[in-house]
Design a protein around this ligand. Sequence first.
Ligand code: B12
Length: 162
Amino acid sequence: MKAKFRCVLSTVESDSHIWNLVYLQKLLEEHGGVVRNLGPCTPIGEVVDAVASQRPDLLVVSSVNGHGCHGARDLMSALRAHGLDVACVIGGKLTTAMSAGDRARRDLLALGYLDVFTSEDAVQNFRRFLNQGVAAGFSAWQAEAAPVPPWDGGRVPAPEVR
Ligand code: B12
């Protein structure tokens, strides 16, 4: 298949899981990506170097050990500190509690991730993202906003005054 985009694939420094990366590499290749898979426990410096030297169209970060949301913040900060503005998405199992998922999603979108794919239909949504990205450019993607529950800084009902 003709190459349609170049992609760097990584995880975060704390994450030693491998098969998620293998799976994503195959999925990306199926969509026409030429993939540089940086492997598990990816040092942040290696991701920064790969993005700086290869100027990929897309950086995909996958983490499943439940702590990825922290490493993902550090990774985006490092990319920004090096002046690297690359279309970047993340997915997998990023938190240990389902209830922390919305907040993590909100934080990561605010930091500059184009989307955060963690739901049950993550792969289906990611396929849509890839198809649209190949057609119109990855940066054009508009992620759905994460809901803000009232106890998490959202709209808090005014207390009843008697
Ligand atoms: C194999 C395995 C291990 C092996 C990994 C071996 C290796 N070299 O890969 C070992 C034993 C080393 C291991 C260690 C640990 N593991 Co483990 N592990 C698993 C296990 C059983 C299978 C993972 C796997 O290979 N799946 C196959 C791949 C293809 O599927 P996947 O990883 O789920 O990825 C899919 C989706 O998540 C999604 N996805 C993933 N990334 C992305 C990114 C994008 C952009 C998108 C769109 C989608 C996407 O797409 C994939 C296909 O559907 C899972 C449980 C399970 N059944 O899933 C636990 C699991 C991932 N491990 C877990 C944990 C907690 C750990 C440890 C912390 C345990 C410990 N206390 O030491 C350590 C962490 C090690 C580390 N430093 O990261 C938890 C994570 C819990 C959480 N996230 O809340 C899980 C879910 C088990 C559980 N139910 O508690 N683990």
